[in-house]
Design a protein around this ligand. Sequence first.
Ligand code: GSH
Length: 283
Amino acid sequence: MGKNVDTSIQGKATGSAAQEVERHSGEHPLKLYAGWFCPFVQRAWIVLVEKKIPYQYIEINPYNKDPDFLALNPRGLVPTLGVPTAQGKDLKPLYESSVICQYLDEAYADESKHGPALLPADPYERARCRLWMDHVATRIVPGFYKLIQHTPQKEFPIERAREELHGHVKTLVREMDSSGGGPWFAGGDFGMVDVMLAPWALRLWLIDHYKPGGFGAPKVGEGGDDEEIWARWRKWLDAVENRESIKATCSVREQYIDVYKRYADDTTNSLVAQATRQGKSLP
Ligand SMILES: N[C@@H](CCC(=O)N[C@@H](CS)C(=O)NCC(=O)O)C(=O)O
């Protein structure tokens, strides 16, 4: 039997992420069960680093479905967070990257220790952020997988998958603040919409690497009628690539090439990939 493309994933972070793992390998009551390669994990990881929250990083391979892990998260997915109980013994589990990120933001709200909240205080503005977090989760992220898993055997052309993804990205970019010159979704304040999207934005180069025509974002001056939108996108992406909390959770590029080949070949049986193949919503 050939090696399983999912369970045989190389099991360790490299580069900056390896240093972050090393700094957080000691026993701590707050535990992040993680896979170094996983963009959903990276969301929670960025929040932990951004807010200087003490935690323990625990690398696991979620495709192995270890019974101890399933006992914490019956969905068998990373990220899973182990939250200490008041007694300090058993762990209370949390899962779903967006839920974990919002929990961390609320539970570690002391600005003097953890910096500004990642969601705005005003109820309307907070709800509006959640609307665009939902757009990332239900449009952009599925669009990413539809494009990277495209093969010549699919019943639709790759151009269609690319145009769909461009459409969803441009819809979000039109909502980004452009009044004060700050790069983030909310202008000067780095926030939760940025966290939700950053891991996939950072992986778009893998589509360029593997797929004919790549992600295909227009280069400077080549955006035609949409040049302004693409310029705003480039500004956001540049800020993402330079944010310390984001850089700290990235492994070296070559390692991603290896681990995303199974998506590019459409051979992975990850639950995300299966859902993409079947045209269902993502787990
Ligand atoms: N909706 C979940 C998705 C998490 C997810 O799919 N994680 C992947 C790794 S990137 C996983 O654990 N996959 C295991 C599997 O597909 O069996 C979230 O937002 O946390």
